[in-house]
Design a protein around this ligand. Structure first.
Ligand SMILES: Cc1cc2nc3c(=O)[nH]c(=O)nc-3n(C[C@H](O)[C@H](O)[C@H](O)COP(=O)(O)OP(=O)(O)OC[C@H]3O[C@@H](n4cnc5c(N)ncnc54)[C@H](O)[C@@H]3O)c2cc1C
Ligand code: SF4
Length: 544
């Protein structure tokens, strides 16, 4: 073969790129990871967080440059600002980090498996698409992903939410036992259980004992925006591991073009440094792992005379089928102290409507209990009302002990019109188009909302709580899926069952963007399982 820079070039250093890089580097392959953002140090993030007046995760990070612990640099503008251009009737204000290690630095670390029926939505319920593979095929890779990401969870739970036998089937136990439920979770389980709501404890990427290089979780409720002690998994851990096995990481290097020859072989990529200089890399194989907005944007930007619609886009499906977990939420004030804020930011969910024939009529959904105490928001609202001095203290204590937030995440369907394209009108500081997003929801979603509001009513009644706010404003839950969709048919999908481009056999896509259905659960574990399976296919079948 012609002399190339590496066996494999990986674009993006998040969890997906990091997993693939680690597997390949361990097998002795030469790997270059090209990452748009800078390297960051945990202690610097923690220090910035400590010095910020805003301690709540998302509130905090809305204020880039003021309160955010993460850098916001001109060549990788923050998605917490005006970076994403919205054109649809419903906003899709998704957030992702552009730093070495990627978005999992500040993720909630809920690491769920999908259940078997999530893979057969079309054949069972006449909605969306079926996957070309089934749960059984992915099951061993889920187990591998749980070990790689260090997931703690409760064996034996019915994660379909029906309060029955253990589900979905597992061939391996969780690597670590689950966290102990706090007083809040026990009390809620008691009260909501009377209405037939089955509590399910969330499997998550927090160590409950020393695990690899990670200490056990200390339960201080700081997980978003950063775990100060690295008890929670983040993608930088696999990048470090890949580098220990010989992979090379290029940071501050924004890939802006993928090139292919006339026969369909990917021949190289171009990346741009913050000073505007352009550089070229060649490899035998390429793995695109830049997450659900930047991956399709890059493919669509990579046009040429031979590929006028971009790379991997013979089906015209690149960037389409954008899915998320568009949601609603309810705030209530309890009449007793329940003390949220102990332990991680989320752990308890209700899944009574996760699966069943109802999915013909309305979507699957999850109700989660937010275990956070936004004290700064409470203080601001009280001060605005003129509450000051000892009364302010008293009220703050009462609100902190009794205010609760419940959030619903609905499954959405892959619709061709929901899509991301490179903007024709706006560019970032290094001259690259920003993502332009069109997003909408259908009557199917609204039918789910009606159902979810009934649950909110029931919750308030069972908890004997006063409802302070219901927000039905299409909340985005930060889970990007579908934009490089997987399928057996090259005419209506971007990658095949091995996450390999139908059009370019030496190009693979790692991440949640290949998922043909969204379920109602957080997607990172599914993306990680697919990425590990992809790496295995590259090593054993393709023989890179
Ligand atoms: C606040 C928040 C909470 C979340 N909580 C959960 C949760 O609890 N559970 C869950 O399952 N999921 C959660 N998610 C989603 C989760 O973070 C993502 O699924 C996961 O990070 C995706 O991993 P990735 O490697 O595909 O992408 P990323 O982690 O985003 O990494 C992609 C990397 O590619 C780089 N990149 C992008 N474009 C280029 C380019 N052109 N050239 C070079 N490099 C590039 C980026 O800089 C980035 O470092 C959450 C997300 C957010 C924002
Ligand atoms: S509760 Fe604290 S120690 Fe545990 S994962 Fe969250 S931030 Fe880390």
């Amino acid at each position: 073969m012609k002399q190339v820079d590496a066996d494999v070039v990986i674009i993006g250093s998040g969890v997906m790129g990091g997993l693939v890089a680690t597997e390949l580097a361990k097998a002795g392959k030469s790997v270059i990871i090209v990452e748009a953002g800078p390297r960051i140090k945990r202690q610097e993030i923690v220090e910035r967080f400590r010095n910020s007046p805003f301690k709540m995760s998302l509130t905090n990070m809305k204020l880039q440059g003021v309160g955010s612990p993460y850098p916001d640099l001109p060549h990788v503008p923050s998605t917490y600002g005006e970076y994403l251009q919205q054109t649809g009737p419903v906003k899709y204000p998704t957030k992702y980090l552009r730093v070495v290690g990627g978005t999992t630095w500040h993720f909630g670390s809920a690491l769920w498996r999908m259940i078997p029926n999530d893979f057969k939505l079309q054949s069972l319920y006449g909605r969306g698409r079926d996957w070309p593979i089934d749960y059984q095929e992915l099951e061993p890779w889920y187990g591998r992903a749980e070990r790689e990401l260090g997931v703690s969870g409760m064996d034996g739970q019915d994660e379909s939410g029906h309060g029955g036998e253990a589900w979905p089937p597992r061939s391996t136990p969780f690597p670590m036992t689950g966290l102990e439920p706090s007083y809040l979770f026990k009390r809620l389980s008691e009260l909501l259980g009377k209405g037939g709501y089955n509590p399910v404890m969330e499997p998550n990427g927090r160590a409950t004992r020393p695990y690899g290089r990670r200490p056990a979780c200390a339960g201080n409720n700081n997980c978003n925006p950063v775990c100060p002690i690295a008890a929670k998994y983040d993608g930088s851990m696999h990048i470090d591991e890949a580098e220990r096995h010989g992979a090379t990481l290029l940071d501050n290097s924004v890939v802006y073009k993928i090139e292919a020859d006339d026969a369909g072989k990917i021949t190289g990529i171009w990346y741009r440094k913050p000073d505007g200089s352009n550089h070229h890399l060649t490899a035998n194989y390429f793995v695109l792992a830049a997450y659900g907005i930047e991956s399709p944007k890059l493919l669509l930007m990579s046009t040429s005379a031979r590929y006028p619609n971009g790379i991997a886009n013979g089906s015209d499906q690149v960037g389409r089928n954008l899915m998320g977990h568009t949601g609603i939420s309810m705030n209530v004030m309890m009449k007793e102290d329940v003390w949220p804020g102990q332990g991680p930011t989320e752990l308890l969910v209700y899944l009574n409507n996760r699966d069943g024939p109802f999915r013909k009529d309305f979507p699957s959904y999850k109700i989660k209990v937010r275990n956070t105490v936004p004290t700064a928001d409470y203080a601001a609202s009280l001060i605005k009302k003129g509450v000051l001095g000892s009364k302010l203290d008293e009220e703050l204590k009462r609100m902190s002990a009794r205010s609760l937030n419940f959030a619903i995440d609905f499954e959405t369907l892959p619709l061709a019109e929901n899509r991301i394209v490179p903007s024709k009108t706006r560019q970032d500081a290094i001259g690259l188009p920003v993502p332009e997003i069109y997003y909408s929801v259908t009557d199917y979603w609204h039918a789910g909302k009606t159902q979810g509001l009934l649950d909110f009513d029931n919750f308030a009644r069972l908890l004997n709580a006063d409802v302070s706010k219901i927000d039905t404003g299409y909340q985005d839950r930060q889970h990007i899926m579908g934009t490089t969709i997987m399928g057996d048919d090259a005419k209506n999908s971007v990658v095949n069952r091995h996450c390999q481009s139908h059009d370019h056999p030496n190009l693979f896509i790692a991440g949640t963007s290949v998922m043909p259905s969204a379920s109602c659960m957080n997607p990172t574990l599914t993306g990680a399982a697919l990425s590990l399976r992809l790496a295995d296919y590259l090593l054993k079948t393709v023989k890179v």
